[in-house]
Design a protein. Structure first.
Length: 121
């Protein structure tokens, strides 16, 4: 019997916190309180949560499903799935764009980490 994505983690809480951390990102820790205060607080937070539910949750579910079905890196997983449904292999570009986005986000985090170290010392 196959394990579900959540079962392959050490426990459900580990998976939940990893998924939340991936969805929220470091930008929300730095910028969210400031913007919430500037833009009217409650309405902004409500709009933000609705957008996370409408956009973020389906994207997270799609990423998890692609990873579960593809069982490989993003490019190869999407390529396999495209082959299974007889779609063009150009879908692999979407996987590549996901890797590129991760790299760009990582470079942004490196800058924020540098700022943090400067302020710390």
């Amino acid at each position: 019997m196959k394990k579900s994505i959540v079962e392959s983690w050490s426990n459900h809480w580990t998976f939940l916190f990893a998924a939340i951390g991936a969805a929220l990102g470091l930008g929300n820790i730095w910028k969210f309180p400031y913007i919430a205060g500037q833009e009217g607080g409650g309405l902004f937070v409500l709009t933000y949560l609705v957008c996370i539910i409408i956009v973020g949750v389906p994207i997270l579910m799609a990423e998890l499903l692609i990873g579960k079905l593809g069982k490989s890196d993003p490019v190869e997983s999407i390529q396999r799935l495209a082959t299974q449904v007889k779609a063009t292999k150009l879908w692999a570009l979407i996987g590549f764009l996901g890797i590129l986005a991760g790299f760009l986000i990582l470079s942004y985090y490196a800058v924020i980490s540098g700022w943090t170290l400067i302020y710390l010392f």
